[in-house]
Design a protein around this ligand. Structure first.
Ligand SMILES: [Zn+2]
Length: 474
């Protein structure tokens, strides 16, 4: 049977041929099977489309081996098991990187790293001059978190490559597995550091020159201690050229309970909601809680409290279930029971999959902050938008590939929105993007109880492998 038949030719066959011809076309090397199928009237194997046409053997993911690797990686932690703590450029992070590079090598990938330590493992395709298809995630872990977040998308991606190699698949476009540097903001307060730079963020490249961690270690000193950014302060070499990748697909645990609750194997992400975060500060005169009478007060604490309620109101006014807003920090100064707060500090997170709607909410919050300051005669000393990222939509052709892959593997699936954000959000700026979710126990994430079953991971790895295979031939 001809290998690497083009996808469109394949689909034509699927749509144009009557069923018996179709089965015969795919199984003409095995007359017994054909007879059995003609007799029974339905296919004997799970699928007779892409898999049987392009691959010499069925897809098999070695979930036990993947689990062993996840367990091994989880031991590279600065806190005791079952928690995992692996922070950017620490010794454990460096060891984890070495572990991943080693596995990439064992899978026959050629490994390279950029100046901030994004790691790329490449399987050269038959037409290496074409834009490659990429997949990957992160292996850093916030303090006292679990072992699956991010890791499933890196080790699972390497396993997806193994799956394809075992199946006899030959990619046309090269396939690349990426380990992204510092998806978590733990050390320098910047999330998705590696992928933001890959997406060409000049602002971040500049800001990193003056960025320090809590111990006053500069970003560049930390990077150098891990063997990166050696003789350069210029990070523009990290920026990806547009068109480097024809597609990027990330495999990730859902970090929410929907798939598990509904008993669904695969989540096909259609959009990633993007957050904006805002810092606000009000200042009043403060004073003694007994001595200053109510008409004479300008209580900065109450201004903060009023703004917190306004955030909730503005979000609800949007009328969309996809709009959310949270005042996660509300600090009062000096914080004594008998002192009128002279200062309040708020940090506000607001997200939506609709950028315009989210920006309207931010604008209303700003207007409210000014109005409240005026009414309460406090000063609005800070209203700073820390970040205001656009949301990302998955590429239609990648959604289709993920959906077809799920169907061919007979896996239940549903379309969903990622409300947490990921490296995919930033890769979407330089590449068509898609994301695959798998269920995790009770939706737990960022804590030691985080868990995804071997079955769930095996399903995710196979859908990823098949999706990559399809995209590689496009
Ligand atoms: Zn993650």
């Amino acid at each position: 049977m001809q290998k690497n038949m083009s996808l469109s030719a394949l689909l034509q066959i699927l749509f144009l041929c009557p069923f018996s011809t179709l089965t015969a076309a795919f199984n003409n090397e095995d007359p017994t099977l054909r007879t059995m199928e003609d007799f029974s009237g339905y296919p004997i194997h799970e699928s007779h489309s892409f898999i049987s046409n392009t691959l010499s053997s069925p897809l098999y993911a070695d979930a036990q081996n993947l689990q062993n690797q996840i367990d091994e990686l989880s031991r590279l932690s600065d806190t005791p098991a079952p928690s995992v703590t692996r922070v950017l450029y620490t010794e454990k992070d460096v060891l984890a990187r070495r572990y991943i590079k080693n596995l990439m090598g064992l899978s026959g990938l050629s490994v390279r790293e950029d100046a901030v330590g994004n790691i790329f493992g490449r399987w050269e395709g038959d037409e290496p001059e074409l834009a490659a298809v990429a997949t990957g995630s992160h292996t850093d872990a916030i303090p006292y978190s679990g072992k699956y977040d991010g890791v499933v998308g890196v080790l699972g991606a390497i396993e997806a490559i193994n799956v394809l190699k075992r199946s006899g698949f030959k990619p046309k476009r090269s396939l690349e597995v990426i380990l992204f540097t510092s998806e978590e903001p733990t050390r320098f307060g910047i999330s998705c550091l590696g992928s933001r730079l890959l997406a060409g963020s000049e602002a971040l490249a500049k800001a990193l020159k003056t960025t320090f961690d809590g111990q006053n270690i500069s970003f560049f000193d930390a990077a150098r201690s891990a063997g990166y950014a050696n003789d350069q302060d210029d990070l523009s070499s990290v920026f990806l050229k547009k068109g480097t990748y024809s597609a990027f697909v990330e495999l990730h645990i859902e970090q929410g309970p929907i798939l598990e609750d509904e008993g669904i194997s695969i989540g096909i992400v259609t959009a990633i909601a993007a957050p904006a975060s805002i810092k606000v500060e009000f200042e009043g005169n403060g004073g003694h809680a007994g001595a200053v009478l109510m008409p004479n007060r300008n209580d900065a604490g109450l201004a903060g409290a009023e703004l917190a309620l306004a955030v909730e109101r503005h979000v609800l006014e949007s009328g969309s279930i996809d709009s959310v807003g949270t005042v996660g920090i509300l600090e009062l100064h000096p914080g004594a029971i008998n002192s009128i707060p002279s200062r309040s500090h708020l940090e506000i997170d607001t997200r939506d999959i609709n950028e315009e709607r989210r920006n309207i909410i931010i604008e209303k919050i700003h207007q409210s902050a000014s109005a409240i300051a005026k009414k309460r005669q406090v000063k609005l000393t800070e209203f700073k938008i820390i970040n205001q990222d656009p949301p990302a939509l998955s590429e239609k052709s990648i959604i289709k590939a993920m959906e077809e892959a799920s169907k061919e593997l007979n896996l239940s699936h549903k379309f969903m929105i990622s409300r947490a954000y990921h490296d995919s959000l930033f890769m979407a700026r330089v590449s068509p993007m898609g994301m695959i979710f798998i269920p995790c126990y009770k939706g737990y994430s960022h804590k030691p109880e985080e868990f995804s079953s071997m079955d769930a991971m095996s399903n995710g790895v196979k859908v990823l492998a098949l999706t990559l295979a399809k995209l590689s031939l496009e």
